[in-house]
Design a protein around this ligand. Structure first.
Ligand code: ADP
Ligand code: MG
Length: 238
């Protein structure tokens, strides 16, 4: 086993069961992502992108094959260990933001702390730091409901950063944003990547796949293309 791989999957097979019928959606997916990579996953709707991302992130444990993330074999983790893994190692960003609208930005960002059981003073400080990282420290006390879409996605990113994960998994993060706002969010992902974060982004946006170091294409549950643009060098923007 290579030790510098952030993600390693071997022969991953996944099917969804309905009664006695299993519909396969991932076939023999083998993938290795090194720490510090910026990887885009593309493919038509229904090709298995979200399913694969959820398996890598430990949200879905119902598959066969091997999945190792940050040196941990996920199939060896029990429910509690898997939820600790998700909380400590991985940040998730979704298209629909998934904020609690009736809570403030700061409260939304601090939600992971509830699971991590950290002391209150540290929680406020870290939530503020995370909001500062996305340029929204001044909105800490504002209700999430009162933010624009781009601001909501920034708060969701701050929440994902709260536990200082090594890996960010993003599922169509700009899908609900206008193109200017989407570009700003992608710029932020590049900054995080330059600071050492590994990013895997499922996207339909050409501007993400052209700035990613590597583009993986899924079709009908199989990887049909895996193109490395330039070996983890700095990306040119604009
Ligand atoms: P993508 O993200 O590329 O659009 P998904 O991973 O969401 O694709 O879905 C892959 C396939 O699995 C699709 O055919 C979809 O209908 C099916 N699928 C996804 N989630 C479920 C589920 N919870 N139950 C049954 N089938 C599902
Ligand atoms: Mg999807």
């Amino acid at each position: 086993m290579t030790t510098d791989a952030m993600i390693r999957t071997v022969g991953v097979h996944k099917g969804y069961r309905s009664g006695r019928v299993e519909t396969p959606v991932l076939f023999d997916v083998g993938l290795e992502v090194a720490g510090g990579e910026f990887v885009a996953i593309i493919g038509t709707s229904g090709s298995g992108k979200s399913t694969l991302l959820n398996i890598i992130g430990g949200l879905d444990a119902d598959y066969s094959g091997t999945v190792e993330v940050a040196g941990q074999d996920l199939s060896r983790l029990g429910d509690r260990q898997l939820s600790a893994f998700r909380n400590d190692r991985v940040g998730f960003i979704f298209q629909q933001f998934n904020l609690l609208e009736h809570l403030s930005c700061g409260e939304n960002v601090a939600l992971p702390a509830i699971f991590a059981r950290r002391p209150d003073g540290e929680v406020v400080q870290r939530a503020t730091e995370a909001l500062d990282r996305v340029g929204l420290a001044d909105r800490r006390g504002d209700l999430a409901a009162n933010l624009s879409g781009g601001q909501k996605q920034r708060v969701a990113i701050a929440r994902a950063l709260y536990n200082r994960p090594q890996l960010l998994l993003c599922d169509e993060p700009t899908g609900n944003l206008d193109s200017t706002t989407g570009r700003q969010i992608i710029e932020l992902f590049h900054q995080l990547n330059q600071e050492g974060m590994t990013l895997v982004i499922v996207t339909h946006e050409p501007r993400v796949s052209t700035t990613a170091h590597r583009v993986i294409r899924l079709e009908d549950g199989r990887i049909i293309d895996d193109d490395v643009a330039s070996p983890a060098g700095p990306t040119e923007e604009g």
